[in-house]
Design a protein around this ligand. Sequence first.
Ligand code: NAD
Length: 512
Amino acid sequence: MEILRTPLLASAAIRSASTGTLEVKEPLNFWGGGRVKPSSKDAKPSEAVCEPATGRVLCHMVPCGAQEVDQAIQSAQSAFLKWSKLSGMERARIMLEAARIIREQREDIAKVEVINNGKSISEALVDIDIAWQSIEYYAGIAGTLAGQHVQLPGGTFAYTRREPLGVCVGIGAWNYPFQIAAWKSAPALACGNAMVFKPSPMTPVTAVMLAEIYAQAGVPEGLFNVVQGGAETGSLLCQHPGVAKVSFTGSVPTGKKIMEMSSKGVKPVTLELGGKSPLIIFSDCELDNAVKGALNANYLSQGEVCCNGTRVFVQRDILPAFLEQVVKRTKAIKVGDPLLDDTRMGALISRPHLDRVLGFVTQAKKEGARVLCGGEPFIPSDPKLKGGYFMSPCVLDNCSDTMTCVKEEIFGPVMSVLPFDTEEEVLQRANNTTFGLASGVFTRDISRAHRVAANLQAGTCFINNYNISPVELPFGGYKMSGFGRENGTVTIEYYSQLKTVIVEMGDVDCQF
Ligand code: NAD
Protein backbone atom coordinates (compact mmCIF):
# COMPACT_ATOMS: atom_id res chain seq x y z
CA MET A 1 0.00 0.00 0.00
CA GLU A 2 1.58 3.24 -1.18
CA ILE A 3 1.00 6.34 0.96
CA LEU A 4 1.41 9.76 -0.72
CA ARG A 5 2.30 12.62 1.59
CA THR A 6 2.34 15.45 -0.93
CA PRO A 7 -0.66 17.78 -0.53
CA LEU A 8 -3.62 17.00 -2.73
CA LEU A 9 -3.59 20.35 -4.45
CA ALA A 10 -0.66 22.66 -4.80
CA SER A 11 -2.05 26.04 -3.78
CA ALA A 12 -0.52 27.75 -6.81
CA ALA A 13 -2.71 25.53 -9.00
CA ILE A 14 -5.78 26.52 -7.00
CA ARG A 15 -5.00 30.22 -7.06
CA SER A 16 -4.76 30.23 -10.83
CA ALA A 17 -7.85 28.03 -11.26
CA SER A 18 -11.12 29.37 -12.55
CA THR A 19 -14.30 27.44 -13.19
CA GLY A 20 -13.50 24.88 -15.86
CA THR A 21 -9.75 24.70 -15.25
CA LEU A 22 -8.94 22.96 -11.97
CA GLU A 23 -8.13 19.25 -12.19
CA VAL A 24 -7.91 17.16 -9.07
CA LYS A 25 -5.64 14.16 -9.21
CA GLU A 26 -6.29 10.87 -7.47
CA PRO A 27 -6.05 9.35 -4.95
CA LEU A 28 -8.70 10.93 -2.75
CA ASN A 29 -8.61 8.46 0.11
CA PHE A 30 -6.61 9.30 3.19
CA TRP A 31 -5.44 7.02 5.95
CA GLY A 32 -2.20 6.13 7.71
CA GLY A 33 -1.13 9.78 7.46
CA GLY A 34 -1.34 10.16 3.68
CA ARG A 35 -3.34 9.68 0.51
CA VAL A 36 -3.87 6.08 -0.51
CA LYS A 37 -4.89 4.53 -3.80
CA PRO A 38 -7.36 1.65 -3.36
CA SER A 39 -5.64 -1.37 -4.81
CA SER A 40 -7.56 -4.38 -3.54
CA LYS A 41 -9.69 -6.46 -5.85
CA ASP A 42 -12.89 -5.31 -4.12
CA ALA A 43 -12.22 -1.60 -4.85
CA LYS A 44 -14.80 -0.43 -7.38
CA PRO A 45 -14.21 1.21 -10.78
CA SER A 46 -13.67 4.94 -10.51
CA GLU A 47 -16.61 7.35 -10.86
CA ALA A 48 -16.44 10.71 -12.60
CA VAL A 49 -17.14 13.73 -10.37
CA CYS A 50 -18.48 16.75 -12.28
CA GLU A 51 -18.03 20.45 -11.66
CA PRO A 52 -21.59 21.82 -11.22
CA ALA A 53 -20.88 25.21 -12.80
CA THR A 54 -19.53 23.74 -16.06
CA GLY A 55 -20.61 20.11 -16.19
CA ARG A 56 -17.08 18.95 -17.04
CA VAL A 57 -15.27 16.17 -15.18
CA LEU A 58 -13.35 17.58 -12.22
CA CYS A 59 -11.87 14.34 -10.89
CA HIS A 60 -12.39 10.62 -10.53
CA MET A 61 -13.33 9.01 -7.27
CA VAL A 62 -12.56 5.35 -6.55
CA PRO A 63 -15.12 3.91 -4.10
CA CYS A 64 -13.53 1.90 -1.32
CA GLY A 65 -14.34 -1.76 -0.80
CA ALA A 66 -14.25 -3.88 2.36
CA GLN A 67 -10.47 -4.16 2.43
CA GLU A 68 -9.91 -0.39 2.18
CA VAL A 69 -12.56 0.30 4.82
CA ASP A 70 -10.79 -2.17 7.07
CA GLN A 71 -7.42 -0.50 6.49
CA ALA A 72 -8.84 2.93 7.30
CA ILE A 73 -10.46 1.67 10.49
CA GLN A 74 -7.26 -0.09 11.58
CA SER A 75 -5.37 3.12 10.95
CA ALA A 76 -7.89 5.00 13.13
CA GLN A 77 -7.68 2.35 15.85
CA SER A 78 -3.94 2.71 16.23
CA ALA A 79 -4.13 6.53 16.22
CA PHE A 80 -6.89 6.35 18.85
CA LEU A 81 -4.53 4.56 21.27
CA LYS A 82 -2.15 7.53 21.14
CA TRP A 83 -4.63 10.41 20.89
CA SER A 84 -6.91 9.23 23.70
CA LYS A 85 -3.92 9.15 26.09
CA LEU A 86 -3.19 12.86 25.58
CA SER A 87 -4.63 15.40 27.99
CA GLY A 88 -7.39 17.66 26.75
CA MET A 89 -4.96 20.58 26.70
CA GLU A 90 -2.52 18.63 24.53
CA ARG A 91 -5.28 17.77 22.07
CA ALA A 92 -6.47 21.39 22.13
CA ARG A 93 -3.04 22.68 21.13
CA ILE A 94 -3.01 20.50 17.98
CA MET A 95 -6.60 21.34 17.11
CA LEU A 96 -5.91 25.05 17.45
CA GLU A 97 -3.04 24.64 15.03
CA ALA A 98 -5.41 22.93 12.57
CA ALA A 99 -7.87 25.83 12.95
CA ARG A 100 -5.02 28.27 12.30
CA ILE A 101 -3.99 26.47 9.10
CA ILE A 102 -7.59 26.49 7.85
CA ARG A 103 -7.78 30.26 8.52
CA GLU A 104 -4.55 30.72 6.61
CA GLN A 105 -5.79 28.62 3.65
CA ARG A 106 -9.44 29.69 3.77
CA GLU A 107 -9.49 31.21 0.31
CA ASP A 108 -7.90 28.18 -1.35
CA ILE A 109 -10.21 25.74 0.43
CA ALA A 110 -13.25 27.88 -0.39
CA LYS A 111 -12.27 27.98 -4.04
CA VAL A 112 -12.03 24.20 -4.25
CA GLU A 113 -15.36 23.91 -2.42
CA VAL A 114 -16.96 26.20 -5.01
CA ILE A 115 -15.50 24.25 -7.92
CA ASN A 116 -16.65 20.92 -6.46
CA ASN A 117 -20.03 22.01 -5.04
CA GLY A 118 -21.22 24.91 -7.20
CA LYS A 119 -22.10 27.36 -4.41
CA SER A 120 -20.96 30.98 -4.58
CA ILE A 121 -17.53 31.95 -3.24
CA SER A 122 -19.07 34.47 -0.84
CA GLU A 123 -20.93 31.63 0.87
CA ALA A 124 -18.11 29.10 0.67
CA LEU A 125 -15.84 31.51 2.57
CA VAL A 126 -18.42 31.64 5.37
CA ASP A 127 -18.61 27.83 5.42
CA ILE A 128 -14.84 27.56 5.82
CA ASP A 129 -14.90 30.17 8.60
CA ILE A 130 -17.60 28.21 10.41
CA ALA A 131 -15.44 25.09 10.03
CA TRP A 132 -12.35 26.56 11.73
CA GLN A 133 -14.56 28.19 14.37
CA SER A 134 -15.98 24.77 15.19
CA ILE A 135 -12.48 23.31 15.60
CA GLU A 136 -11.43 26.27 17.77
CA TYR A 137 -14.58 25.99 19.85
CA TYR A 138 -14.10 22.29 20.63
CA ALA A 139 -10.39 22.80 21.19
CA GLY A 140 -11.48 25.24 23.91
CA ILE A 141 -13.72 22.59 25.44
CA ALA A 142 -11.16 19.74 25.24
CA GLY A 143 -9.26 20.97 28.31
CA THR A 144 -12.46 21.34 30.36
CA LEU A 145 -13.72 17.77 29.98
CA ALA A 146 -14.10 16.33 33.43
CA GLY A 147 -16.09 13.95 35.56
CA GLN A 148 -17.76 14.32 38.96
CA HIS A 149 -16.61 13.47 42.45
CA VAL A 150 -19.27 12.01 44.76
CA GLN A 151 -18.83 11.37 48.47
CA LEU A 152 -20.43 8.10 49.73
CA PRO A 153 -20.99 6.87 53.36
CA GLY A 154 -17.98 5.96 55.52
CA GLY A 155 -15.43 7.91 53.53
CA THR A 156 -15.99 5.79 50.45
CA PHE A 157 -16.24 7.90 47.34
CA ALA A 158 -16.81 7.67 43.63
CA TYR A 159 -15.88 9.59 40.58
CA THR A 160 -16.87 9.59 36.94
CA ARG A 161 -14.51 9.66 34.01
CA ARG A 162 -15.59 11.12 30.67
CA GLU A 163 -14.01 8.75 28.16
CA PRO A 164 -13.94 8.72 24.36
CA LEU A 165 -15.93 6.14 22.40
CA GLY A 166 -13.19 4.93 20.03
CA VAL A 167 -13.36 5.07 16.24
CA CYS A 168 -16.29 7.22 15.11
CA VAL A 169 -17.62 7.20 11.58
CA GLY A 170 -18.80 10.43 9.97
CA ILE A 171 -20.91 10.27 6.81
CA GLY A 172 -21.59 13.55 5.04
CA ALA A 173 -23.97 15.12 2.53
CA TRP A 174 -22.82 17.15 -0.47
CA ASN A 175 -24.22 20.57 0.44
CA TYR A 176 -21.61 21.64 3.06
CA PRO A 177 -18.75 19.21 2.38
CA PHE A 178 -15.92 20.84 4.37
CA GLN A 179 -18.13 22.23 7.10
CA ILE A 180 -19.85 18.89 7.78
CA ALA A 181 -16.44 17.17 8.04
CA ALA A 182 -15.37 19.82 10.57
CA TRP A 183 -18.63 19.75 12.55
CA LYS A 184 -18.25 16.01 13.02
CA SER A 185 -14.51 15.73 13.53
CA ALA A 186 -14.06 18.71 15.90
CA PRO A 187 -16.14 17.38 18.84
CA ALA A 188 -15.04 13.79 18.10
CA LEU A 189 -11.34 14.67 18.26
CA ALA A 190 -11.77 17.00 21.25
CA CYS A 191 -13.21 14.06 23.23
CA GLY A 192 -10.24 11.85 22.29
CA ASN A 193 -11.82 9.79 19.49
CA ALA A 194 -10.47 8.95 16.04
CA MET A 195 -12.63 9.39 12.93
CA VAL A 196 -13.16 7.77 9.56
CA PHE A 197 -15.10 10.20 7.39
CA LYS A 198 -16.93 9.40 4.18
CA PRO A 199 -17.92 12.44 2.15
CA SER A 200 -20.69 12.35 -0.44
CA PRO A 201 -19.45 10.76 -3.69
CA MET A 202 -20.41 14.04 -5.40
CA THR A 203 -18.12 16.18 -3.25
CA PRO A 204 -15.08 14.07 -2.41
CA VAL A 205 -12.37 16.72 -2.47
CA THR A 206 -12.28 19.11 0.48
CA ALA A 207 -12.56 16.44 3.20
CA VAL A 208 -9.14 15.25 2.00
CA MET A 209 -7.83 18.79 2.44
CA LEU A 210 -9.10 18.71 6.02
CA ALA A 211 -7.30 15.39 6.59
CA GLU A 212 -4.08 16.92 5.28
CA ILE A 213 -4.49 19.91 7.55
CA TYR A 214 -5.04 17.78 10.66
CA ALA A 215 -1.92 15.79 9.71
CA GLN A 216 0.09 18.99 9.22
CA ALA A 217 -1.14 20.28 12.60
CA GLY A 218 0.34 17.19 14.27
CA VAL A 219 -2.43 14.67 15.00
CA PRO A 220 -1.16 11.07 15.19
CA GLU A 221 -1.09 9.31 11.82
CA GLY A 222 -4.50 7.81 11.11
CA LEU A 223 -6.51 9.99 13.50
CA PHE A 224 -8.72 11.54 10.82
CA ASN A 225 -9.18 9.40 7.73
CA VAL A 226 -11.20 9.79 4.55
CA VAL A 227 -12.68 6.90 2.61
CA GLN A 228 -14.50 7.62 -0.62
CA GLY A 229 -17.59 5.92 -1.94
CA GLY A 230 -21.36 5.84 -1.93
CA ALA A 231 -24.03 3.74 -0.24
CA GLU A 232 -22.04 0.49 -0.36
CA THR A 233 -18.93 1.98 1.25
CA GLY A 234 -21.14 3.78 3.79
CA SER A 235 -22.84 0.54 4.82
CA LEU A 236 -19.48 -1.22 5.19
CA LEU A 237 -18.46 1.53 7.60
CA CYS A 238 -21.68 1.38 9.65
CA GLN A 239 -21.46 -2.39 10.04
CA HIS A 240 -17.75 -2.66 10.80
CA PRO A 241 -17.18 -4.14 14.28
CA GLY A 242 -14.30 -1.72 14.90
CA VAL A 243 -16.62 1.29 14.77
CA ALA A 244 -18.04 2.69 18.01
CA LYS A 245 -20.39 5.38 16.71
CA VAL A 246 -21.92 6.72 13.49
CA SER A 247 -22.72 10.37 12.91
CA PHE A 248 -24.71 10.89 9.73
CA THR A 249 -25.86 13.93 7.75
CA GLY A 250 -28.18 13.27 4.84
CA SER A 251 -31.69 12.35 3.84
CA VAL A 252 -34.39 10.68 5.96
CA PRO A 253 -34.50 7.41 3.93
CA THR A 254 -30.72 6.95 4.27
CA GLY A 255 -30.89 7.95 7.94
CA LYS A 256 -33.33 5.11 8.60
CA LYS A 257 -30.97 2.62 6.95
CA ILE A 258 -28.01 3.93 8.98
CA MET A 259 -30.00 3.49 12.18
CA GLU A 260 -31.00 -0.03 11.24
CA MET A 261 -27.44 -1.05 10.34
CA SER A 262 -25.96 0.55 13.45
CA SER A 263 -28.54 -1.13 15.67
CA LYS A 264 -27.02 -4.54 14.83
CA GLY A 265 -23.85 -3.51 16.63
CA VAL A 266 -25.79 -1.43 19.25
CA LYS A 267 -23.84 1.61 18.06
CA PRO A 268 -25.04 5.07 19.03
CA VAL A 269 -26.00 7.24 16.07
CA THR A 270 -26.44 10.94 15.47
CA LEU A 271 -28.82 11.67 12.61
CA GLU A 272 -28.90 15.10 10.98
CA LEU A 273 -31.62 14.69 8.38
CA GLY A 274 -33.82 16.70 6.06
CA GLY A 275 -36.51 19.27 6.70
CA LYS A 276 -39.45 21.26 5.38
CA SER A 277 -39.28 24.07 7.86
CA PRO A 278 -41.92 26.74 8.43
CA LEU A 279 -41.21 30.47 8.52
CA ILE A 280 -44.11 32.45 9.99
CA ILE A 281 -44.41 36.14 9.17
CA PHE A 282 -46.96 38.11 11.21
CA SER A 283 -48.34 41.39 9.90
CA ASP A 284 -46.78 43.33 12.79
CA CYS A 285 -43.26 42.37 11.61
CA GLU A 286 -40.65 44.76 10.31
CA LEU A 287 -41.40 43.89 6.69
CA ASP A 288 -37.99 44.63 5.18
CA ASN A 289 -36.33 42.30 7.71
CA ALA A 290 -38.97 39.63 7.15
CA VAL A 291 -38.37 39.74 3.39
CA LYS A 292 -34.61 39.45 3.94
CA GLY A 293 -35.28 36.58 6.37
CA ALA A 294 -37.38 34.76 3.76
CA LEU A 295 -34.62 35.17 1.16
CA ASN A 296 -31.99 33.81 3.58
CA ALA A 297 -34.38 31.00 4.48
CA ASN A 298 -34.68 29.86 0.86
CA TYR A 299 -31.77 30.82 -1.34
CA LEU A 300 -28.52 30.15 0.50
CA SER A 301 -26.51 27.45 -1.30
CA GLN A 302 -29.04 27.45 -4.18
CA GLY A 303 -31.67 26.35 -1.69
CA GLU A 304 -29.72 23.18 -0.93
CA VAL A 305 -29.88 23.68 2.84
CA CYS A 306 -31.47 21.20 5.23
CA CYS A 307 -32.89 23.81 7.63
CA ASN A 308 -34.34 26.11 4.95
CA GLY A 309 -37.67 27.75 5.77
CA THR A 310 -39.36 26.71 2.55
CA ARG A 311 -42.94 26.98 3.80
CA VAL A 312 -43.32 30.73 4.19
CA PHE A 313 -46.58 31.50 6.03
CA VAL A 314 -47.53 35.17 5.60
CA GLN A 315 -50.40 36.82 7.48
CA ARG A 316 -53.00 37.69 4.89
CA ASP A 317 -53.11 41.49 5.29
CA ILE A 318 -49.41 41.93 4.40
CA LEU A 319 -49.32 39.25 1.68
CA PRO A 320 -49.40 41.66 -1.33
CA ALA A 321 -46.67 43.91 0.11
CA PHE A 322 -44.56 40.89 1.09
CA LEU A 323 -44.87 39.26 -2.32
CA GLU A 324 -44.04 42.46 -4.15
CA GLN A 325 -40.78 42.90 -2.24
CA VAL A 326 -39.79 39.26 -2.20
CA VAL A 327 -40.33 38.86 -5.96
CA LYS A 328 -38.45 42.08 -6.73
CA ARG A 329 -35.46 40.95 -4.69
CA THR A 330 -35.58 37.38 -6.00
CA LYS A 331 -35.50 38.59 -9.60
CA ALA A 332 -32.43 40.71 -8.76
CA ILE A 333 -30.36 37.76 -7.50
CA LYS A 334 -27.27 37.37 -9.64
CA VAL A 335 -27.01 33.75 -10.78
CA GLY A 336 -23.86 32.62 -12.55
CA ASP A 337 -20.15 31.90 -12.17
CA PRO A 338 -19.83 30.92 -8.51
CA LEU A 339 -16.21 32.06 -8.35
CA LEU A 340 -17.10 35.70 -8.99
CA ASP A 341 -17.36 37.84 -5.85
CA ASP A 342 -20.68 39.41 -6.82
CA THR A 343 -22.44 36.15 -7.74
CA ARG A 344 -25.14 35.36 -5.20
CA MET A 345 -26.37 32.02 -6.55
CA GLY A 346 -24.23 29.34 -8.16
CA ALA A 347 -25.07 25.99 -9.75
CA LEU A 348 -27.05 23.11 -8.26
CA ILE A 349 -25.11 19.99 -7.44
CA SER A 350 -25.91 17.81 -10.48
CA ARG A 351 -28.01 17.57 -13.63
CA PRO A 352 -30.41 14.96 -12.14
CA HIS A 353 -30.87 17.13 -9.04
CA LEU A 354 -31.55 20.23 -11.17
CA ASP A 355 -34.14 18.25 -13.18
CA ARG A 356 -35.74 17.04 -9.95
CA VAL A 357 -36.03 20.59 -8.56
CA LEU A 358 -37.48 21.88 -11.87
CA GLY A 359 -39.87 18.91 -11.77
CA PHE A 360 -41.22 20.15 -8.41
CA VAL A 361 -41.99 23.53 -10.05
CA THR A 362 -43.83 21.81 -12.94
CA GLN A 363 -45.77 19.68 -10.46
CA ALA A 364 -46.63 22.76 -8.36
CA LYS A 365 -48.10 24.47 -11.44
CA LYS A 366 -50.17 21.35 -12.21
CA GLU A 367 -51.49 21.37 -8.64
CA GLY A 368 -52.57 25.02 -8.92
CA ALA A 369 -49.62 27.07 -7.62
CA ARG A 370 -48.68 30.26 -9.45
CA VAL A 371 -45.06 30.93 -10.41
CA LEU A 372 -44.36 34.58 -9.59
CA CYS A 373 -40.78 34.41 -10.83
CA GLY A 374 -38.01 31.96 -11.77
CA GLY A 375 -38.25 28.21 -11.68
CA GLU A 376 -36.56 27.77 -15.05
CA PRO A 377 -33.20 26.50 -16.25
CA PHE A 378 -30.75 29.37 -16.44
CA ILE A 379 -27.97 29.54 -19.03
CA PRO A 380 -25.25 32.07 -18.17
CA SER A 381 -23.80 34.13 -21.02
CA ASP A 382 -20.24 32.92 -20.29
CA PRO A 383 -19.69 30.06 -22.82
CA LYS A 384 -17.70 27.94 -20.34
CA LEU A 385 -20.77 27.77 -18.06
CA LYS A 386 -23.15 26.51 -20.78
CA GLY A 387 -23.06 22.95 -19.41
CA GLY A 388 -23.66 24.08 -15.80
CA TYR A 389 -26.66 23.18 -13.64
CA PHE A 390 -28.16 26.62 -13.04
CA MET A 391 -31.76 27.67 -12.44
CA SER A 392 -33.49 30.94 -11.64
CA PRO A 393 -34.72 31.23 -8.04
CA CYS A 394 -38.45 30.73 -7.79
CA VAL A 395 -41.34 32.14 -5.74
CA LEU A 396 -44.57 30.12 -5.72
CA ASP A 397 -47.83 31.76 -4.71
CA ASN A 398 -51.35 30.38 -4.40
CA CYS A 399 -50.00 27.37 -2.54
CA SER A 400 -51.94 25.14 -0.18
CA ASP A 401 -50.78 22.74 2.53
CA THR A 402 -51.57 19.59 0.54
CA MET A 403 -49.46 20.45 -2.50
CA THR A 404 -46.33 18.39 -3.20
CA CYS A 405 -44.13 21.53 -3.18
CA VAL A 406 -45.36 22.31 0.34
CA LYS A 407 -45.06 18.80 1.73
CA GLU A 408 -41.78 17.50 0.30
CA GLU A 409 -38.21 18.66 0.72
CA ILE A 410 -37.25 20.19 -2.66
CA PHE A 411 -33.64 21.10 -1.80
CA GLY A 412 -33.50 23.85 -4.40
CA PRO A 413 -34.24 27.60 -4.66
CA VAL A 414 -38.03 27.29 -4.52
CA MET A 415 -40.04 29.28 -1.95
CA SER A 416 -43.68 28.34 -1.33
CA VAL A 417 -45.77 31.18 0.09
CA LEU A 418 -48.89 30.34 2.12
CA PRO A 419 -51.35 32.90 3.52
CA PHE A 420 -52.73 32.53 7.08
CA ASP A 421 -55.11 34.41 9.37
CA THR A 422 -54.56 33.51 13.03
CA GLU A 423 -51.72 32.41 15.29
CA GLU A 424 -53.54 29.27 16.39
CA GLU A 425 -54.22 28.25 12.79
CA VAL A 426 -50.66 28.87 11.60
CA LEU A 427 -49.11 26.91 14.47
CA GLN A 428 -51.28 23.91 13.70
CA ARG A 429 -50.38 24.11 9.99
CA ALA A 430 -46.68 24.75 10.63
CA ASN A 431 -46.45 21.66 12.84
CA ASN A 432 -48.40 19.48 10.45
CA THR A 433 -45.31 17.78 9.01
CA THR A 434 -43.21 14.73 9.78
CA PHE A 435 -40.08 16.93 9.73
CA GLY A 436 -38.88 19.14 12.60
CA LEU A 437 -35.48 20.59 11.84
CA ALA A 438 -35.94 24.37 12.06
CA SER A 439 -38.54 27.12 12.14
CA GLY A 440 -38.77 30.90 12.23
CA VAL A 441 -41.07 33.71 13.26
CA PHE A 442 -41.10 37.41 12.40
CA THR A 443 -43.12 39.66 14.71
CA ARG A 444 -42.59 42.76 16.83
CA ASP A 445 -44.76 41.28 19.62
CA ILE A 446 -42.28 39.86 22.11
CA SER A 447 -44.82 37.67 23.93
CA ARG A 448 -46.07 36.17 20.71
CA ALA A 449 -42.52 35.55 19.47
CA HIS A 450 -41.68 33.42 22.53
CA ARG A 451 -45.09 31.72 22.59
CA VAL A 452 -44.74 30.70 18.95
CA ALA A 453 -41.12 29.57 19.47
CA ALA A 454 -42.25 27.39 22.38
CA ASN A 455 -45.04 25.81 20.34
CA LEU A 456 -43.18 25.07 17.12
CA GLN A 457 -42.06 21.43 16.91
CA ALA A 458 -38.52 21.95 15.64
CA GLY A 459 -34.94 21.74 16.89
CA THR A 460 -34.27 25.41 16.16
CA CYS A 461 -36.48 28.50 16.08
CA PHE A 462 -35.19 31.79 14.71
CA ILE A 463 -36.96 34.91 16.01
CA ASN A 464 -36.70 37.85 13.59
CA ASN A 465 -33.94 36.24 11.52
CA TYR A 466 -33.31 32.96 9.70
CA ASN A 467 -30.43 30.56 8.91
CA ILE A 468 -27.66 31.64 11.20
CA SER A 469 -25.77 28.78 12.81
CA PRO A 470 -23.22 29.84 15.43
CA VAL A 471 -21.04 26.94 16.58
CA GLU A 472 -21.87 27.68 20.22
CA LEU A 473 -25.48 26.52 19.77
CA PRO A 474 -26.87 23.00 19.41
CA PHE A 475 -28.20 22.15 15.96
CA GLY A 476 -30.41 19.17 15.18
CA GLY A 477 -33.87 17.89 14.54
CA TYR A 478 -37.17 16.94 16.14
CA LYS A 479 -39.38 14.21 14.71
CA MET A 480 -38.07 12.65 11.46
CA SER A 481 -35.40 15.33 11.03
CA GLY A 482 -33.24 13.22 13.30
CA PHE A 483 -31.79 13.14 16.77
CA GLY A 484 -28.61 13.99 18.58
CA ARG A 485 -27.08 17.42 18.16
CA GLU A 486 -24.10 19.03 16.50
CA ASN A 487 -22.39 22.17 17.85
CA GLY A 488 -22.64 23.53 21.37
CA THR A 489 -21.37 21.90 24.57
CA VAL A 490 -24.10 19.22 24.44
CA THR A 491 -22.35 17.48 21.52
CA ILE A 492 -19.70 16.29 23.95
CA GLU A 493 -22.38 13.90 25.27
CA TYR A 494 -22.65 12.33 21.82
CA TYR A 495 -18.92 11.69 21.42
CA SER A 496 -18.05 10.43 24.89
CA GLN A 497 -19.22 7.99 27.55
CA LEU A 498 -19.15 8.07 31.31
CA LYS A 499 -17.41 5.53 33.48
CA THR A 500 -18.29 5.36 37.17
CA VAL A 501 -15.42 4.43 39.48
CA ILE A 502 -16.34 3.51 43.08
CA VAL A 503 -13.54 3.56 45.67
CA GLU A 504 -14.14 1.59 48.88
CA MET A 505 -12.27 3.13 51.82
CA GLY A 506 -13.34 0.61 54.46
CA ASP A 507 -13.72 -3.18 54.73
CA VAL A 508 -15.89 -5.12 52.32
CA ASP A 509 -19.35 -5.81 53.71
CA CYS A 510 -20.39 -9.37 52.77
CA GLN A 511 -23.47 -11.38 53.78
CA PHE A 512 -22.19 -14.76 52.53
P1 NAD B 1 -28.12 11.07 1.06
O1 NAD B 1 -28.92 10.52 2.18
O2 NAD B 1 -28.43 10.60 -0.31
O3 NAD B 1 -26.57 10.77 1.27
C1 NAD B 1 -25.87 11.23 2.40
C2 NAD B 1 -24.63 10.39 2.60
O4 NAD B 1 -25.01 9.06 2.93
C3 NAD B 1 -23.73 10.29 1.38
O5 NAD B 1 -22.39 10.34 1.81
C4 NAD B 1 -24.09 8.92 0.81
O6 NAD B 1 -23.05 8.35 0.05
C5 NAD B 1 -24.32 8.14 2.08
N1 NAD B 1 -25.18 6.96 1.93
C6 NAD B 1 -26.18 6.77 1.04
N2 NAD B 1 -26.75 5.57 1.25
C7 NAD B 1 -26.10 4.99 2.28
C8 NAD B 1 -26.23 3.75 2.95
N3 NAD B 1 -27.15 2.83 2.60
N4 NAD B 1 -25.38 3.48 3.98
C9 NAD B 1 -24.47 4.39 4.37
N5 NAD B 1 -24.28 5.57 3.75
C10 NAD B 1 -25.09 5.88 2.72
O7 NAD B 1 -28.24 12.66 1.16
P2 NAD B 1 -27.64 13.77 0.17
O8 NAD B 1 -28.44 13.77 -1.09
O9 NAD B 1 -26.16 13.62 0.10
O10 NAD B 1 -27.93 15.10 1.01
C11 NAD B 1 -29.15 15.77 0.98
C12 NAD B 1 -29.94 15.46 2.23
O11 NAD B 1 -29.17 15.73 3.38
C13 NAD B 1 -31.17 16.34 2.35
O12 NAD B 1 -32.26 15.58 2.77
C14 NAD B 1 -30.77 17.34 3.43
O13 NAD B 1 -31.85 17.90 4.11
C15 NAD B 1 -29.91 16.50 4.31
N6 NAD B 1 -29.01 17.35 5.12
C16 NAD B 1 -29.24 17.46 6.47
C17 NAD B 1 -28.42 18.29 7.26
C18 NAD B 1 -28.66 18.43 8.74
O14 NAD B 1 -27.74 18.88 9.43
N7 NAD B 1 -29.81 18.10 9.27
C19 NAD B 1 -27.37 18.97 6.67
C20 NAD B 1 -27.15 18.83 5.30
C21 NAD B 1 -27.98 18.01 4.53
